[in-house]
Ligand binder design. Structure first.
Ligand code: SF4
Ligand code: FES
Length: 243
């Protein structure tokens, strides 16, 4: 299988695409292919990964123009191309010569500055979580705080977020409005707002519904299609908009 991979200089934009022939076998993922390219053909290829098991959220990238985790995308599945994203801002024009029948195209995630090749700068994505104080404010002293199965169910899907930023990269509002906090931050705010153990749940709704938050969302729902963990940020944002 041929891989066409976007290349860039440090801190730059895409300068060109390199073609590599990868020996594939059953069960192989796109991340496995990137390792093979880096090990055998081009040690200068840069990409980010850690867990290799869809847990750390590091290996987000565009694969055949769809935002995906490289470690969770089997090569055999790539051609399905099924997300059907709307108003999606591509990182680049379709490169000349790309034949999706015989090549897999790999590019960095949109809506974030490129650091090098497939590595993007996620600082703004993380900084937003910090500036909005999206962490638990539970005050319980030394006593553990229990939660009923019903209470836990309310926040279950939001707890699964791995901060991969695929929702952020797929969002048409994030591509045009730099100030928008993005789907993951809003899903996290809703998670703490709904958590039965939160000491002051209203504070999360307050930061999420300020002008750079839920009001900017157009409910396009690309975030729901792109999320690999079923978090469905768009549903949380819809509820925040109703508040
Ligand atoms: S909401 Fe989904 S797509 Fe967005 S950061 Fe969390 S896990 Fe990734
Ligand atoms: S390497 Fe951790 S999510 Fe892909």
């Amino acid at each position: 299988m041929m891989f066409r991979i976007a290349r860039s200089r440090i801190g730059g934009t895409i300068t060109h695409y390199d073609l590599y022939k990868v020996d594939t076998k059953k069960g192989m993922t796109v991340l496995d292919a990137l390792f093979q390219i880096q090990d055998r053909m081009d040690p200068s290829l840069s990409f980010r990964y850690s867990c290799r098991g869809a847990v750390c959220g590091s290996c987000s990238m565009l694969i055949n123009k769809e935002p995906r985790l490289a470690c969770r995308t089997q090569i055999i599945e790539v051609k399905k191309n099924e997300m059907k994203l709307k108003s999606f801002s591509q990182i680049s024009e379709t490169p000349t010569g790309w034949n999706p029948e015989v090549e897999i195209l790999v590019e960095p995630l949109p809506n974030m500055p490129i650091l090098k090749d497939l590595v993007v700068d996620m600082k703004k994505f993380y900084d937003t979580l910090v500036s909005l104080k999206l962490w638990s404010d539970i005050e319980h002293g030394d006593e553990p705080l229990s939660q009923s199965p019903k209470e836990r169910k309310k926040i279950e899907r939001y707890v699964n977020c791995i901060l991969c930023a695929l929702c952020y990269g797929s969002c048409p509002v994030n591509s045009t409005k730099d100030e928008y906090v993005g789907p993951a931050a809003l899903a996290k705010a809703w998670r703490f707002h709904e958590d039965s153990r939160s000491s002051n749940p209203e504070q999360y709704a307050k930061v999420a519904t300020q002008k750079d938050g839920a009001p900017l969302c157009d409910l396009v729902m690309n975030c729901v299609k792109a999320c690999p963990k079923g978090v469905a940020p768009g549903g949380a944002i819809r509820k925040l908009k109703e508040l």
